[in-house]
Design a protein around this ligand. Structure first.
Ligand SMILES: [Cu+2]
Length: 108
C-alpha cells in the first residue's frame, strides 16, 4: 500500500456500493475534474452513477459515456444519473464532451 499522492491514473478504483441490487456511487464534478475518476463495478448488475455539480466545473459539467451513447449536463448544486448494466468485464470511459477531463469505470 502506497501512501504517495498519485494522479488519477494510478489510483485504486473506488467500488460502487450495492443499494438494493443497484451499484451506486456519486461522482463530484469540481475544479475541472471528476472525483472519483476511477470507479469499479461488477458485471451483470445494474449501475447508477450520480454526477453532482460542484464549483469550477468548467467543461466537465457535460459528461459523456461515449460507448453507452449517453450524455448529460449538470448545473452547480444539481445532479444527473447515468444508468446502465455492464454485460462484460472491461473499461467504460467517461469524459467531458471534448474528451479532456476523463474518468473510467472498471467492470470486473
Ligand atoms: Cu472539456
Amino acid at each position: 500500500m502506497s501512501a504517495q499522492h498519485s494522479q488519477a491514473k494510478n489510483e485504486k478504483p473506488v467500488p460502487a456500493k450495492d443499494v438494493k441490487g443497484v451499484q451506486t456511487l456519486t461522482v463530484t464534478i469540481a475544479d475541472g475534474k471528476y472525483s472519483p475518476a476511477l470507479i469499479s463495478v461488477k458485471k451483470g448488475k445494474p449501475v447508477a452513477l450520480t454526477f453532482k455539480g460542484g464549483k469550477n466545473m468548467g467543461c466537465g459539467s457535460t459528461v459523456e459515456f461515449k460507448s453507452l451513447k449517453q450524455k448529460q449536463s449538470v448545473k452547480e448544486g444539481k445532479t444527473v444519473v447515468f444508468k446502465f448494466t455492464p454485460k462484460e468485464a472491461g473499461e467504460i470511459k467517461f469524459a467531458c464532451s471534448m474528451d479532456m477531463i476523463q474518468g473510467k469505470v472498471v467492470v470486473k
